[in-house]
Design a protein around this ligand. Structure first.
Ligand code: CP
Length: 310
């Protein structure tokens, strides 16, 4: 198994067969996670830096665990207790870290394009752990892995991304990835939270949640990204919940079982009700488990010296 890319910057720019390679490789690593001893020597001697300029629970811990499971040496950097506080620039920071002889960087940042910037100025492999509203490729890969695990395959399946599409890097990476593997992708939310002309990406746009529920195999419910919204884009959280919140009553319109997904963190009672989040159809915590396996696969394929171009 080889990848054609040196970095994982997004799912927009990578070939379909790299996506399939990552998902297939993650399947073996997922089995490792169920063993009593979960550690493999695969990345012994490799050093990975986790560079988090933005808060994270799942992505940061999942990458750290994936790196530990593969026996890599790891360093976790958090901007809030670093020399960034003394005014050091991003480029100076990463060049200084790379001077300590590292192999890979996982980066999360609030500015779109930061992972691409690091790929230009560093020689290490770069993995995008979420850059502003741009992309979050490992989240989309773990979402795709979970759908494949539960429904057998992705091709021909109808997957709806619901809610705040405009501010969601998870939505963008899911759209790019799912389209590449032949899924039917719908987006649904208030018109103020759906980018203009998004249908040009080959997806369908809906503004009425009750119209899509009878059609879908998967609802991937997105968090309202209130911290990225600079103006009021809907009248109130209560109204948002009434029109777009996924509730048990609303799911009564389904014609078949629907897989309930959410990338986290959830706003319970706003985009998703607790009875749906905790229902038998919810795979939200399985997404998190699968995330470790998917990140192990990405680290292994990139840093394991198996990239054809590196
Ligand atoms: N899904 C996700 O990216 O969660 P965190 O922000 O906690 O990493």
């Amino acid at each position: 198994m080889v990848l054609h890319s040196k970095h994982l910057l997004g799912l927009d720019g990578i070939p379909q067969k790299d996506i399939i390679t990552i998902l297939d490789t993650a399947k073996s690593f997922r089995e490792v996670l169920d063993r009593p001893i979960k550690r493999l020597p695969t990345l012994q001697g490799k050093t990975v830096v986790n560079l988090f300029y933005e808060p994270s629970t799942r992505t940061r811990i999942s990458f750290e665990l994936a790196e530990k499971r593969l026996s890599a040496d790891i360093v976790s950097f958090s901007a809030s207790n670093s020399s960034v506080k003394k005014g050091e620039t991003l480029i100076d920071t990463v060049k200084n870290i790379e001077a300590m002889k590292i192999d890979m960087v996982v980066v999360r940042h609030s500015s779109p394009g930061v992972a691409h910037l690091l790929a230009r100025v560093l020689t290490s492999h770069i993995i995008n752990g979420g850059d502003g509203g741009h992309e979050h490729p490992t989240q989309a890969l773990l979402d795709m892995f979970t759908i494949r695990q539960k429904l057998g395959n992705l091709q021909g399946k109808t997957i709806a991304l619901v809610g705040d599409i405009s501010h969601s890097r998870v939505a963008m990476s899911n759209i790019y990835g799912l389209k590449k593997v032949g899924a039917r992708v719908l987006v649904c939310g208030p018109s103020t939270l759906i980018p203009r002309e998004i249908e040009k990406l080959g997806i369908e746009v809906y503004y009425n949640i009750d119209e899509i529920i009878p059609q879908v195999d998967v609802l991937n419910i997105l968090r309202l990204q209130l911290e990225r919204q600079r103006e009021a884009l809907f009248p109130s959280l209560r109204e948002y919940h009434n029109y777009f919140g996924i509730t048990r009553e609303r799911l009564e319109g389904a014609t078949k079982p629907i897989l309930i997904m959410h990338p986290g963190p959830m706003n319970r009672g706003i985009e998703i009700s607790s009875d749906v989040a905790d229902s038998d159809h919810s795979v939200i915590l399985e997404q998190v488990t699968n995330g470790v396996a998917v990140r192990m696969a990405v680290l292994y394929l990139l840093a394991g010296g198996r990239s054809e171009t590196h």
